[in-house]
Design a protein around this ligand. Structure first.
Ligand SMILES: NC(=O)c1ccc[n+]([C@@H]2O[C@H](COP(=O)([O-])OP(=O)(O)OC[C@H]3O[C@@H](n4cnc5c(N)ncnc54)[C@H](O)[C@@H]3O)[C@@H](O)[C@H]2O)c1
Length: 283
């Protein structure tokens, strides 16, 4: 239980299912008043009814004013959680790229535009961004997702460094695989990279609440991601080589071939550190 959010007015976007629903349940259990947003009105209403919250269906990009009204005038915590998987390469269509920017980045920016003036006046506000480990690293087979999640991470980071001395708290949640409909839709790349270490949406909510208690920006529900992030920064070419090894495994598997037969490009680690499953392996 986190006293910091008791009685707070909380908005969670994309909360009709998956990680958002788990966040909404956890905030409600901690004594917050919760607005449950989702594009799917039926799902938003079902979760709101379950937790004693308020459903505000619609696009995450354009609901802050309605959510504020529903909460009696003040939003204390905003969880920018709604996201689109946006797979594909550079050749993904304009529509895929546009929707990824719109939901994964611009919805966060638009919410911040609405919320920051009031938060800065009161000297208090909390912005929670459900990014992804893809925002720190990358996701095989999903260029628009990887690029826009890097954007979401950059925006959360910028908000935090710009406003932390004015009472604004920001958290960036960066999980790898989480067992939701989105993970189920990621196909063979998700099966290869995400499924083996996938966790439950409730684990993500636990990690956020630990981070709120510790007043921490970076929330890593998969602790091993810290090691991958360090490895990427410390030795970019080695990291790219290992990721390319995974890419080749994925291509081989997709072509019905043997994923173990991949081209050798320097000294790669087998299994690549990025595919190992236990946290201690990343040390
Ligand atoms: N599942 C994973 O493996 C995983 C890993 C890392 C990060 N994430 C991120 O977590 C967030 C939630 O994903 P999830 O796995 O819970 O997905 P999910 O598919 O289970 O749920 C997403 C919900 O968001 C809603 N939604 C989609 N677009 C919306 C919009 N524009 N406005 C309002 N609601 C909208 C959907 O209707 C759905 O109910 C996303 O930002 C996703 O990128 C997921």
């Amino acid at each position: 239980m986190v006293e910091a959010v008791r009685g707070d007015g909380v908005v969670v976007t994309g909360a009709g299912a998956g990680i958002g629903a788990a966040l909404a349940r956890r905030f409600a259990a901690a004594g917050a008043r919760v607005v449950v947003n989702d594009l799917d009105a039926g799902k938003a209403e079902a979760v709101a009814a379950e937790i004693g919250g308020i459903a505000v269906p619609g696009d995450a990009s354009a609901m802050v004013a309605d959510a504020r009204d529903a909460l009696g005038g003040t939003v204390d915590v905003y969880c920018a959680n709604a996201g689109v998987p946006a797979g594909g390469s550079e050749a993904a269509g304009e529509q895929v790229w546009a929707s990824a920017w719109d939901v994964n980045v611009m919805a966060h920016v638009r919410a911040a535009q609405e919320l920051l003036p009031g938060w800065l006046e009161r000297g208090r506000g909390r912005f929670v961004s459900t990014v992804s480990a893809a925002g720190l690293l990358t996701m095989i087979g999903a260029a628009p997702y990887s690029v826009t999640k890097h954007g979401a991470y950059a925006f959360a980071e910028w908000l935090s460094l710009t406003y932390r001395h004015r009472g604004i708290k920001v958290h960036a949640i960066c999980p790898q695989g989480v067992r939701t409909d989105m993970l189920a839709g990621t196909g063979s790349a998700g099966d290869l990279v995400l499924a083996p270490t996938a966790i439950e949406p409730e684990d993500v909510a636990d990690a956020l609440f630990e981070g709120i208690e510790e007043d921490r920006f970076l929330i890593l529900p998969h602790p091993e991601v810290a090691g991958y992030y360090q490895a990427r920064a410390a030795a970019p070419d080695r990291w790219l080589m290992n990721m390319n090894h995974i890419q080749q495994k994925w291509e081989q598997a997709a072509a019905g071939g043997d994923p173990a037969r991949v081209a050798q490009d320097g000294e790669w680690e087998d299994p690549p550190r990025e595919l190992r499953s236990r946290p201690q392996d990343s040390q």
